[in-house]
Write a protein that binds this ligand. Sequence first.
Ligand SMILES: *Cc1c(COP(=O)(O)O)cnc(C)c1O
Length: 386
Amino acid sequence: MIDPENMRELPDDFDIAPVRLTIDLQALADNWRDMAQRSGQARTAAVVKADAYGLGIEDCGTALYEAGARDFFVAVAQEGVTLRAYAPSARIFVLSGIWPGQERLFFENDLVPVLASEEQLAFWMSVVAEYGDYPCALQVDTGFNRLGLRLEDALALAGDVSRPASFSPVLVLSHLHSGDSPEAASNRTQLEAFRQVSAAFEGIDASLSASAGIFLGDDYHFDLTRPGIALYGGEAVDGSKPLRPVATAEARILQIREGREGETVSYGGTHRLLRPSRLAVASVGYADGYLRSLSGSGIPLRQQIASGAHGFVAGNRVPVVGRVTMDLTIFDVTDLPEGAVRVGDYVELFGSNVALDEIARAAGTIGYEMLTSLGLRYERRYLYAD
Ligand SMILES: *Cc1c(COP(=O)(O)O)cnc(C)c1O
């Protein structure tokens, strides 16, 4: 047997990881301050649902809290429970609200439910009747038809003098469906509807805008804004310049192969080599959220969008060739000088050289889905603010 104690020192896990993710918490904090600046007079929350868009709620939550965020939004209660340890004196709103059986979880962790339907509201009235005063928020639907009380029901609730005194909403909110299209007429329509809500609930904070809405101007800011994607370096408004990139994903090159003219590459043999080619096989696949739809050929999306994804290595953009497989992806590095790329080098999948939204478009999706699909294999390194 070999005694591992007697071995010489090996490289750091991050330096040899098959796939790795660098998360720049300084950029995250800067992006939050940027959104706070753009939010003008309004307070600025941070949306950290889905494990902070896949980048880690513990570290991202801590960085946002230290940057000054004191209002957080999560999708489900369990995310709020995790966040509580890292954001001790913050308000944590749970966007999906509360249902019977979750009362203790909310009270113990000081979570604020965002009530979004008549049933939830009725349940909540019975909870506060039994236990007494506890904050809640109300979501009002102004045209999304996802969650939220109907406008007329919300206005009726605001005017209902018989509602129990222990019912004490601290926030009313709504959500724009086309905030990312500044020219969409629905933005004004939803704004007008939400103004009625905010007026009816006078004295209670109001919140309408996620990242995109913040760019629509002061009218849309109300008392609290709720940026998510912009904090993580994604495009908030279609085609606009994102804030600083936060995540860099990289894959290790396992092998460099010389392919001959006429040979094919990967499953289905859908990519045929038209010249002698140098191919770099990288340790990343759709199991890592490097979606199969990023393939260079052999998938239905390539009939709509001709080009697949590009990676970045040795100062150059290199295309994916053939199909992305579960654990491996092949990049064509023929155009790079011989020896420029070596086994053990890393291909950037997205980061400061390949924009998150560029590969999202190549995959036929959005940056949000790329980030929340990253999977469990990445070795993560957090860069802390100094
Ligand atoms: C996800 C979400 C946000 C944040 O949206 P971004 O587009 O990521 O800024 C804000 N509010 C609600 C209700 C959401 O569901």
